[in-house]
Design a protein. Structure first.
Length: 155
């Protein structure tokens, strides 16, 4: 499945969950319902996937990404007043360290879910100047889509 088709399928599931539940619940409720919808759609979903930090010869189990879909897309679920730079940095870290092709940061605590979605792509320069460059990753805002899939680059 192409990345664009995969993210479209994931977003359809997220919109379905949001339309049925609305904003205001805990992240765990949205995560469970999104996982349910994705599995119903035929995706392989892993939850609370351990993300390790490599330091010299040491592997440190440091983080857990909420969902990993078809071993390609990391999903970080939030239910906060508004997304901030810390949430975005967390999602970027999960994509970078978790070796995911791309990530979706989804804040379900929005009246309009579209405004609470951020896409994080590996493989091209940062799209926002206010995000410091670390690895080649692109951040796409709420309604933006890449013209073409960026190359996948793992370091």
């Amino acid at each position: 499945m192409q990345h664009r088709d995969l993210t479209s399928s994931i977003l359809r599931a997220a919109f379905k969950v949001h339309s049925q539940l609305g904003p205001g619940l805990l992240e765990s409720a949205y995560t469970a319902c999104l996982e349910y919808e994705l599995v119903r759609s035929g995706h392989t979903v892993f939850k609370e996937v351990m993300v390790e930090i490599a330091y010299d010869d040491l592997l440190i189990p440091a983080y857990r990404m909420d969902l990993l879909v078809d071993s390609k897309v990391m999903i970080e679920v939030k239910s906060v007043k508004e997304l901030n730079d810390l949430h975005l940095a967390q999602a970027i870290t999960y994509v970078k360290l978790g070796k995911a092709d791309l990530g979706l940061l989804i804040n379900f605590n929005e009246r309009n879910l579209r405004t609470g979605i951020r896409r994080i792509h590996r493989g091209s320069a940062y799209a926002k100047a206010d995000v410091p460059a670390m690895d080649p990753i692109t951040i796409y805002g709420e309604a933006e889509e890449p013209d073409e899939e960026p190359p996948v680059v793992f370091h």
